[in-house]
Design a protein around this ligand. Structure first.
Ligand SMILES: NC(=O)c1ccc[n+]([C@@H]2O[C@H](COP(=O)([O-])OP(=O)(O)OC[C@H]3O[C@@H](n4cnc5c(N)ncnc54)[C@H](O)[C@@H]3O)[C@@H](O)[C@H]2O)c1
Length: 356
């Protein structure tokens, strides 16, 4: 292995097609490249949604690998291609094994492969649980900003399900200028609630912290509600909890009964992606037989094609797009490359001559 500044894009002379060097980027390097850059990453995610919305991307359906002997676990493949300034292809391969948490290791683990636009060669493998959490949190912060325009900016945030993703979302909200009078916390696990509370107490931006025994109490006292549980089916079913019309970031996708969505303004990141795999929007489509309950995508709001009414509950359900992983992954690659710390695996692609 060598440490190099050369990159997949600058290794060739103009017009010359060569095999790019192959690099491996560790979680420590990913974290260093992304930490403290929240506004920049949110801008990157916004730009990526706009490129995707304009059709300059390929983002086929995710493939869910499931196991009869481990029904709660899955590994998802997200292949994608993004144009615009990023111009890269690739694949995120992310596992979710919820029982890991009880064993003291994170639920999700992932790698991201970046493929060179011109040759198709993979040129980097990056630790990707941090990239995935980062793009998810950046998307949530972006949605909180756009969807709260034209209504009173939320001051009471409540988190239902407080694992790694909730922590990243809070970090991104705080890192993009949000502050709250009150931070509500609810989790089925006492340890998770206590761990998140500890994180909040250390961060200097938390307002008053309240741990709620019931989801109802949290929802009723929050004007920004974040769902980041691992629930497989709806556990929040009573539309009256939402009478005060909060903004809801429904990141875990399967918490809300369809009746709640039908009484709300619904935004997604991508309609075809989100109405799948028994997400709450998918259940709402099955119940009604149509997609009329959707206002549109976040990009529709950002481009002004759709306007969010002020006096309704607003629910954003982001399926999570592979193009976001590519954009954040390429950002990390470029940062690590610029710093001269790219770990290139010598001779990774070895059999290069057709006839030896
Ligand atoms: N939409 C996206 O783009 C996207 C991207 C990444 C992760 N996610 C989703 O975010 C969720 C959270 O991920 P994580 O890594 O933080 O998981 P995690 O396992 O670290 O934490 C999940 C927490 O939710 C709690 N929980 C489970 N069911 C609950 C319920 N009914 N009520 C309250 N709390 C409950 C658990 O006790 C746990 O503390 C997952 O569902 C994951 O699939 C979505």
């Amino acid at each position: 292995m060598t440490t190099a500044r050369s990159t997949a894009t600058d290794s060739a002379m103009p017009g010359q097609v060569t095999v790019p060097p192959f690099a491996v980027i560790s979680g420590a390097q990913v974290q260093q490249a992304l930490q403290g850059r929240e506004p920049e990453i949110v801008d990157l995610v916004e730009a990526t949604y706009r490129v995707h919305g304009a059709g300059d991307s390929v983002n086929p359906p995710s493939y869910f690998l499931r196991f009869p002997d481990r029904p709660t676990s899955r590994i998802i493949a997200l292949p994608a291609s993004i144009g615009g300034e990023v111009r890269v292809d690739g694949l995120k391969w992310i596992s979710s094994f919820p029982q890991n948490v009880a064993a003291g290791i994170p639920r999700a683990s992932a790698v991201l492969i970046l493929n060179d636009h011109d040759t198709g060669y993979p040129f980097a493998c990056l630790e990707s649980s941090i990239i995935s959490a980062t793009r998810t949190a950046a998307s949530a912060a972006l949605a909180a900003d756009w969807l709260s325009r034209g209504r009173r900016r939320p001051t009471h945030v409540g988190f239902i399900g407080v694992g790694l993703i909730a922590r990243y979302i809070h970090t991104f909200l705080a890192g993009t200028g949000w502050s709250f009078d009150e931070v509500g916390v609810h989790d089925l696990s006492y340890q998770s609630a206590a761990g998140f509370r500890g994180y909040l107490e250390q961060s200097d931006i938390a307002g008053r912290i309240t741990v709620h025994d019931s989801a109802e109490e949290l929802v009723r006292t929050s004007d920004l509600v974040v769902f980041a549980t691992v629930a497989g089916e709806p556990h929040v079913t009573d539309p009256s909890w939402f009478q005060h019309h909060p903004l809801v970031l429904h990141v875990s996708l399967r918490d809300l009964a369809p009746e709640i969505l039908l009484a709300s303004t619904n935004l997604v990141d991508d309609v075809d992606h989100c109405l799948k795999a028994n997400t709450s929007p998918h259940l709402a489509e099955q119940l009604t037989g149509n997609r009329d309950f959707l206002l549109g995508t976040l990009d529709d709001v950002m481009t002004g094609r759709r306007t969010v009414p002020a006096d309704t509950t607003v629910v954003f359900s982001p399926f999570g797009l592979g193009v976001l992983d590519l954009a954040v992954g390429k950002y990390v690659y470029d940062e690590v490359s610029r710093s001269g710390e790219l770990h290139v695996i010598d001779d990774f692609f070895h059999e290069r001559r057709r006839y030896g």
